[in-house]
Unconditional design. Structure first.
Length: 316
């Protein structure tokens, strides 16, 4: 790991060690982190950090690319099935790699269920609608249920032990810990052939810890930083990143819809695709794509079953 860092001009054994110990084991992790944060976590002087970052940018050739290069990269994009054809359809064929997909909804709408379903389907080969890789699942609320993974895998005639063995789960105990786990993804994802990263939920710790107007700016700044790390991760490793978000009600709003996704503009701008999930009649769920750069604003009905997520039996 440190040999990767030692390939940077000006970074010797000592600096590499400080970077690794501070939580920056790869060139990627240095590129995406603010210099002030690196300096604080490693004890390396701010100016030296800036020099290291410049070297890291050069090593990674971060700068202009031709449209052709971008196009070639986009063509490598894969899509992961949700188990519901109609939901896949409104997502443009499934949950995309190289993008950040946000699942938004009130309590009990099925966000966690959808994440666990994707943790199974992501392991299928691409010709069966999967991403052909493993899964990293950051659980902030303690709601990841291995039993449910077994149930879904068995109902789909997959080997449940094999499926469960390929899902790496970490419980994040606070927002700081969540941030450390996100930083860790930059080594973990390539080392473990991870193709799907889930953060369920992205925002709950931030909302719980940064209370009141005075702390809002700091909260948004931290949230923004981690969201951008996740986007960078999705792009750099051609993986899908799925995060969940809650809704909040604005009691001061009298006109229009008072229910909004939490996280404000920072969340809205960072996420590539936003999917709002609501409860429908007779246990169905309605998913709607909102604010997507290229997906139309459409909705689809699905149900939560023993097999995970499925289409509703008849078209609604
Ligand atoms: P919060 O995290 O509280 O915001 O909610 P969420 O959106 O993550 O909800 P979650 O995914 O936990 O959905 C819970 C709902 O899924 C339950 O109310 C059930 O309706 C449904 N559900 C959970 N487990 C099963 C299951 O094993 N079988 C079936 N058929 N439905 C299930
Ligand atoms: Mg949940």
């Amino acid at each position: 790991m440190s040999s990767d860092l030692e390939s940077l001009p000006g970074v010797g054994k000592e600096l590499a060690k400080k970077l690794v110990n501070g939580g920056y084991p790869t060139i990627e992790s240095i590129i995406v982190s603010p210099p002030k944060e690196i300096s604080e976590n490693t004890g390396i002087g701010f100016d030296t950090v800036l020099k290291i970052q410049n070297a890291a940018h050069e090593a990674f050739n971060v700068g202009f690319k031709t449209a052709l290069e971008f196009y070639e990269r986009r063509r490598q994009m894969l899509r992961c099935t949700t188990g519901s054809k109609r939901l896949d359809e409104i997502l443009g064929g499934g949950v995309e790699t190289q993008a950040l997909t946000e699942l938004i909804g009130e309590y009990g709408t099925g966000k966690t269920q959808l994440c666990m379903m994707l943790a199974v389907t992501a392991q299928l080969p691409p010709e069966e609608g999967g991403l052909g890789g493993n899964v990293a699942f950051i659980d902030t609320e303690g709601t990841f249920m291995p039993e449910r993974i077994y149930q879904i895998a068995e109902a789909r005639s997959l080997d449940p032990n094999k499926i469960a063995n390929n899902i790496l789960v970490a419980r994040a105990y606070n927002s700081n810990h969540q941030g450390l786990l996100i930083n860790h993804l930059f080594t973990m994802v390539p080392e473990n052939n991870v193709k799907l990263v889930v953060v369920d939920s992205m925002i709950s710790h931030f909302r719980g810890e940064y209370i009141g107007r005075d702390n809002l700016a700091e909260r948004q700044q931290k949230l923004n930083m981690y969201l951008h790390k996740l986007i960078r991760l999705a792009e750099a490793y051609n993986i899908a990143v799925v995060i969940t978000n809650q809704v909040q009600t604005n009691p001061a709003q009298y006109f229009g819809n008072p229910i909004h996704p939490a996280g404000g503009n920072v969340m809205a701008h960072a996420c590539t695709h936003r999917v709002m999930i609501k409860k429908g009649s007779q246990g169905t769920r309605v998913a709607r794509v909102i604010d997507s750069p290229y997906l139309p604003d459409k909705q689809a009905y699905f149900i939560i079953t023993e097999k995970g997520i499925e289409d509703t039996p008849e078209k609604k």
